[in-house]
Write a protein that binds this ligand. Structure first.
Ligand SMILES: NC(=O)c1ccc[n+]([C@@H]2O[C@H](COP(=O)([O-])OP(=O)(O)OC[C@H]3O[C@@H](n4cnc5c(N)ncnc54)[C@H](OP(=O)(O)O)[C@@H]3O)[C@@H](O)[C@H]2O)c1
Ligand SMILES: *[C@@H]1O[C@H](CO)[C@@H](O)[C@H](O)[C@H]1NC(C)=O
Ligand SMILES: *[C@@H]1O[C@H](CO)[C@@H](O)[C@H](O)[C@H]1NC(C)=O
Ligand SMILES: *[C@@H]1O[C@H](CO)[C@@H](O)[C@H](O)[C@H]1NC(C)=O
Ligand SMILES: CC(=O)N[C@H]1CO[C@H](CO)[C@@H](O)[C@@H]1O
Length: 312
């Protein structure tokens, strides 16, 4: 089955379902991408900081050179890490990513986060603003290295500010979004600006707990939510499938990550059922609200996107 798409302001088709690859280790990601492409995924989300672009590139090359997929069927996203938010750094970074991915262009290039650091990450660069980084992004768009450009981890205020200064408007935003952090307000602002929306951590990112060094706040997992389980049972689907479907029906692009063959297939098997309006509403009304990704390393920078939400 083909994944539904929405049109980007550039005219390109943007798939509403893709494969996430954060925390997918190099030796795991190759199998994951092969399984995903075989099942029908065409959209892969990566980033230079995930340290797996080279392996993803090897698999893409394998599938493209054998003719199993055509370049124009693929939608590849990668991201500029915050050690290179200075406008003059952007082109070199995307070229390095393209070399690793063995591609001439990516379909979408995102500013990974609004906060700028020195190359060694030891120092915050407080004078680099999001509008500055955006100028670098416009440059790589104009040169054709990225067919669309966007932002990640930005606040509403930052989106508005970039739009005001932009020659080329924002095409996409990627932020945390799941039933416990539904992003209604930011989503409305994006609709107003015609910015397509990608939900990361759609399942509540359960893997973040055991595999990263950050001390995460305890949080309930959307996969265990009683309403989700009830709706899943009614449709003979799994909780993960209900969570993915819910965001797709909100007109968001969803990028669940998995390295497990069975779960990669499960997460794609969401095209043959539909949640009722009532069920969407019920899921929209989840009582618990909590941001999972607070980015403590953003603290103290004038572009900290969450400064208004912080208690300390
Ligand atoms: N822009 C950013 O700053 C940013 C931040 C975070 C994430 N992202 C992107 O968004 C993607 C998704 O977010 P995420 O990886 O944080 O979280 P997620 O997709 O919500 O959750 C992934 C976790 O859930 C498990 N899982 C996957 N499918 C499952 C299923 N059907 N049932 C039960 N468990 C399942 C995975 O384990 P297995 O692999 O073992 O299946 C993994 O531990 C990332 O991979 C990345 O590409 C971007
Ligand atoms: C948003 O972009 C799409 C895709 O190009 C276009 O069809 C639509 O008219 C745009 N909407 C607005 C409000 O600009
Ligand atoms: C879905 O979002 C896209 C932008 O990504 C927009 O162009 C389109 O009009 C939206 N569709 C609906 C039904 O809201
Ligand atoms: C995106 O923001 C989250 C905090 O919301 C943070 O954990 C993550 O590392 C950020 N990604 C980058 C590369 O800035
Ligand atoms: C094992 C490993 O980390 N492999 C590569 C993953 O991709 C990064 C860059 O994207 C390379 O630097 C690593 O060598």
């Amino acid at each position: 089955m083909t994944v539904p798409t929405t049109a980007l302001p550039t005219g390109a088709q943007f798939p509403l379902l893709g494969l996430g690859t954060w925390l997918s280790k190099p030796e795991e990601v190759k199998n994951a991408v092969r399984v995903a492409l075989d099942v029908g995924y065409r959209y892969i989300d990566t980033a230079s900081i995930y340290k797996n672009e080279s392996e993803i590139g090897e698999v893409l090359h394998e599938y493209l050179s054998s003719g199993k997929v055509k370049r124009e069927e693929l939608f590849i996203t990668t991201k500029l890490f915050c050690t290179h938010n200075r406008p003059e750094d952007v082109e070199g970074q995307i070229k390095d990513s393209l070399k690793r991915l063995q591609l001439d262009y990516v379909d979408l290039y995102l500013i990974h986060g609004p906060v700028s650091f020195s190359h060694d990450m030891k120092e915050m660069l407080k004078d680099v603003r999001v509008e500055d980084t955006w100028r670098g992004m416009e440059g790589v768009f104009e040169k054709g290295f990225a067919k669309a450009i966007g932002v990640s981890n930005f606040s509403i205020e930052q989106v508005e500010r970039v739009q005001k200064s932009a020659k080329i408007p924002i095409h996409n935003i990627q932020v945390e979004c799941h039933i416990y952090f539904p992003q209604f307000e930011l989503h409305e602002v994006c609709k107003k600006h015609n910015i397509s929306f990608t939900a990361y951590a759609p399942l509540g990112s359960p893997g973040r707990l055991e595999k990263t060094e950050v001390n995460w706040e305890p949080a309930p997992c959307p996969l265990e939510d009683e309403t989700v389980k009830k709706i899943a049972e009614k449709h003979s689907k799994t909780p993960a499938q209900v969570l993915i479907r819910h965001l797709m029906q909100r007109n968001m692009s969803v990028i669940p990550k998995s390295i497990n063959d069975k779960r990669i297939k499960e997460n794609f098997d969401v095209l043959d059922f539909e949640l009722t309006e009532e069920e969407v509403k019920e899921l929209n009304n989840a009582k618990h609200h909590q941001r999972l990704f607070f980015g403590d390393f953003f603290k103290g920078h004038p572009e900290d996107p969450y400064k208004l939400e912080r208690k300390d």
